[in-house]
Design a protein around this ligand. Structure first.
Ligand code: GDP
Length: 433
C-alpha cells in the first residue's frame, strides 16, 4: 500500500498560521488520531483541538479533509492549518512522523503524485514550478498560463491535426491496389504545412519566452571607470523591489536580478573593456564580451573622462542603448545623459530599458523551457521530413514520421518516456508541494 506523506507546505519561520498537508490512504486515520473527534465533512474547514500521543492538547487548528478523486494529488488528503509558532510546528511535525505509515514527503512529492494520478500533465507541472518561483508579474502571468493548460491544450490540437493527417495517409495506403477515391495528398500537405509553420513560430519565440521566465539580461558595458558599477548601485539602490542575489555570481560578471515593473531583468556589470594588462584581466574582458554579446540588451557607457571603448562588441543591435555617464562633469551625444551621483537620467534609462524589453517580451509564446523546445523541435523535424517525402516516397514512411511527431508531442506533456525527465523537473520543487 502507498505510504501517507506529510509536509509543512507553508514556508519556514514564524508565521501566524502554518499549513501542513497530508496525502495517502492513512490521511483520514491520522486526522482522527490527532483530533480524537469525528472527521470533518469533506472540503469543509472545521476547528479541532489537536492532541499529542499523551492526549495533551497541542494546538487548536482548522482541519480539512479531501476524499480520493477530489484532491490535488487525487488521493485521500488532509490539510491542517495550525498556529505558526516554531514550537507548534515542530511538535506537530513530530506527532505526524510518529503516526504509523506516515512519513515526511520529499520535495515535489505531492505534485509527483498529482502527475502519477493524472491530475496534471508535465507541462502544467512546469508551470506550477514556475509559479512558485515567480518573482515578478510577467513571470507570474506566464506561469499561470502554463499551469492552467496553455501549452497542453495547444499540444493536444497539434496532435489531433497529426492524427487526421495520419488517418488520411493510412486510408490511401489501404487503397493501394485499387483506385484511390480521392487524392488526399493536397489536403495532407496543406494541414501539415500549417502545423509546421505553427511549431516553427513557437520555436522562434522560444528564446524570449525562456527569458520571460529566467530574466532578460541587460549588460552594462564600456571602458573601465565609465561608471558601470556606480550606475548599477544607483539602480539597485532605488526603493523598487530588488530580487535577492543569484547564487553563483561570477567574480568578473556581477548579476543583479531586478523587478522592472513586473519584467524580470538581470543587470550584468561586466569588466571594463580595454587592452588587458594581465592574463586574469583578459579572461574577465573575454567573459564580459561573451556575456554582452549574448545579452538581450546592452547599455553602452561613455563618460567625459574615459572616452569610448577601444573594444567593439559584436551583436550590437539597433535597440541597444547609449549612455553618457557622469553628466554632472560633462556631456556628449547619447540616448541618455545620466549621473549616478545626482541621479539625473537614471529613471529615464530604466524607462527606456523597459520599453525595449517589453517589445521583446511581446512576442513571447508557450515554450519557456528547454525541454519543451526540444520536444517541439523534434516534432517539427519529423513533420518536415514527412512533407518533403509526401509525393516521392513510401507513404508508410511518411505515416511513421507522423507517428514519431505525435510521440514527441506526447513526450512534451509527459504522457510517455517521462522517467528520465521527472527527477530534474521535481528536484526544483520545494518541500510541501
Ligand atoms: P566602472 O569601472 O565603469 O564600474 O566605474 P565606477 O562606477 O567604478 O566609477 C569610476 C569612477 O567614476 C569612480 O571614482 C566613481 O566615483 C566615478 N563616478 C561614477 N559615476 C559618476 C557620476 O555620475 N558622476 C561623477 N562625478 N563621478 C562618477
Amino acid at each position: 500500500m502507498r505510504e501517507t506523506i506529510f509536509a509543512l507546505s507553508s514556508g519556514f519561520g514564524t508565521s501566524a498560521v502554518a499549513v501542513f498537508r497530508l496525502s495517502g490512504p492513512a490521511s483520514f486515520e491520522v486526522i482522527s488520531s490527532l483530533t480524537r473527534q469525528p472527521l470533518p465533512l469533506p472540503r469543509v474547514a472545521s476547528v479541532r483541538t489537536l492532541r499529542d500521543r499523551d492526549d495533551q492538547p497541542l494546538d487548536q487548528a482548522l482541519v480539512l479533509v479531501f476524499e480520493a478523486g477530489a484532491s490535488f494529488t487525487g488521493e485521500e488528503s488532509a490539510e491542517i492549518q495550525c498556529h505558526g509558532g516554531r514550537a507548534v510546528v515542530q511538535r506537530l511535525s513530530d506527532e505526524l512522523a510518529a503516526q504509523p505509515s506516515c512519513r515526511m514527503a520529499e520535495p515535489g512529492e505531492f505534485t509527483r503524485r498529482a502527475f502519477e494520478n493524472g491530475r496534471m500533465d508535465l507541462a502544467m507541472i512546469e508551470g506550477l514550478g514556475d509559479l512558485i518561483s515567480a518573482d515578478t508579474e510577467h513571470q507570474r502571468r506566464q506561469a499561470m498560463r502554463l499551469m492552467t493548460g496553455g501549452l497542453s491544450n495547444v499540444a493536444e490540437e497539434w496532435r489531433e491535426t497529426l492524427l487526421e493527417c495520419r488517418t488520411l495517409l493510412e486510408v490511401t495506403i489501404d487503397w493501394v491496389d485499387e483506385d484511390v477515391p480521392e487524392d488526399v495528398m493536397p489536403e495532407v500537405a496543406r494541414k501539415l504545412g500549417g502545423l509546421r509553420d505553427a511549431l516553427r513560430h513557437e520555436l522562434r519565440q522560444g528564446a524570449r519566452t525562456e527569458r520571460l521566465r529566467t530574466g532578460f539580461q541587460v549588460a552594462l558595458i564600456g571602458p573601465p571607470n565609465a561608471g558601470k558599477s556606480s550606475l548599477l548601485n544607483a539602480i539597485a539602490g532605488r526603493e523598487a523591489a530588488l530580487i535577492s542575489d543569484i547564487p553563483g555570481t561570477t567574480r568578473d560578471v556581477l548579476e543583479v536580478p531586478y523587478d522592472l515593473n513586473g519584467l524580470p531583468v538581470i543587470f550584468l556589470d561586466t569588466a571594463g573593456l580595454r587592452t588587458a594588462t594581465d592574463a586574469i584581466e583578459k579572461l574577465g574582458i573575454d567573459r564580459a564580451r561573451d556575456r554582452a554579446t549574448g545579452a538581450d540588451l546592452r547599455i553602452h557607457l561613455r563618460s567625459f573622462d574615459t572616452g569610448t571603448s577601444e573594444y567593439v562588441i559584436e551583436g550590437i543591435g539597433a535597440t541597444d542603448i547609449s549612455v553618457w555617464s557622469k553628466s554632472d562633469i560633462g556631456t556628449g551625444e547619447a540616448d541618455i545623459l545620466l549621473s549616478s551621483v545626482t541621479g539625473e537620467g537614471v529613471e529615464n534609462l530604466l524607462q527606456l530599458v523597459q520599453t525595449r524589453l517589453e517589445a521583446q517580451a511581446q512576442g513571447a509564446g508557450l515554450l519557456g523551457h528547454a525541454r519543451q523546445q526540444q520536444a517541439v523541435a523534434h516534432a517539427m523535424e519529423r513533420i518536415e521530413h514527412c512533407l518533403q517525402r509526401l509525393y516521392v516516397d513510401d507513404l508508410e514512411l511518411c505515416a511513421d514520421a507522423l507517428r514519431e511527431a505525435s510521440a514527441a508531442l506526447e513526450r512534451l506533456v509527459g504522457r510517455i518516456d517521462v522517467e528520465d525527465v521527472l527527477e530534474s523537473v521535481f528536484s526544483a520543487f520545494c518541500l510541501g508541494k
